[in-house]
Design a protein around this ligand. Structure first.
Ligand code: GNR
Ligand code: NI
Length: 172
């Protein structure tokens, strides 16, 4: 069990394109487990590797409700193979933008292919919060945050708040 520190925007590592994983090695498996620990500890419904400072195409998620059985998912080298025409709007949050929530419109459903933690090829269709979260996480692997969908004014207001938060945390 290892909880890692989550990077807060603005951070240059959150803007980078992440590299594909070439083998699901024991090190990759350990990272994925640490990311799940970090996500559940936060708590959050998803977490992407760049949020813990690793520029690899890996994310984890679990969008089950509190009363449901947990369903930890590890997605390595995820690729979108289909998205619905139908969209949905979700009031998104991000562990790298604490306490900031804004509506973002995305395809309501998405099918992704990925490698699981055992290196096996998987394909899953996501809907509801799972679809929103999977697309939010995939954006992280491409250096994109949900604030990039907002107006420049909203984005700069949020960035200023985050710079202030980071300064306060550094002093504490
Ligand atoms: O915990 C999270 N909640 C969330 C809510 C709506 C849409 C996306 C998310 S993902 C977020 C965790 C996070 O920052 N993942 O990158
Ligand atoms: Ni996020």
């Amino acid at each position: 069990m290892s909880v890692k520190q989550i990077l807060i925007h603005p951070d240059p590592l959150l803007k980078k394109q992440c590299a594909a994983v070439d083998t699901v090695s024991p090190e990759v498996q350990t990272l994925a487990r640490d990311m799940l620990d970090t996500m559940y500890d936060a708590p959050g419904v998803g977490l992407a590797a760049p949020q813990v400072g690793v520029l690899s195409r890996i994310f984890v998620m679990d969008c089950t409700a509190k009363e449901e059985e947990p369903e930890p998912l590890v997605l390595i080298n995820p690729q979108v193979v289909w998205t619905s025409e139908e969209t949905s709007v979700y009031n998104e949050g991000c562990l790298s933008l604490p306490e900031m929530y804004e509506d973002v419109e995305r395809p309501a459903k998405a099918v992704m292919q990925f490698l699981d933690i055992d290196g096996a090829q998987q394909e899953r269709e996501f809907d509801g919060l799972w679809a929103t979260c999977a697309q939010h996480e995939l954006d992280h692997l491409n250096g994109k945050l949900f604030i990039d969908y907002l107006s420049g004014l909203k984005r700069s207001m949020i960035t200023k708040k985050m710079m202030k938060l980071k300064k306060e945390r550094a002093r504490a």
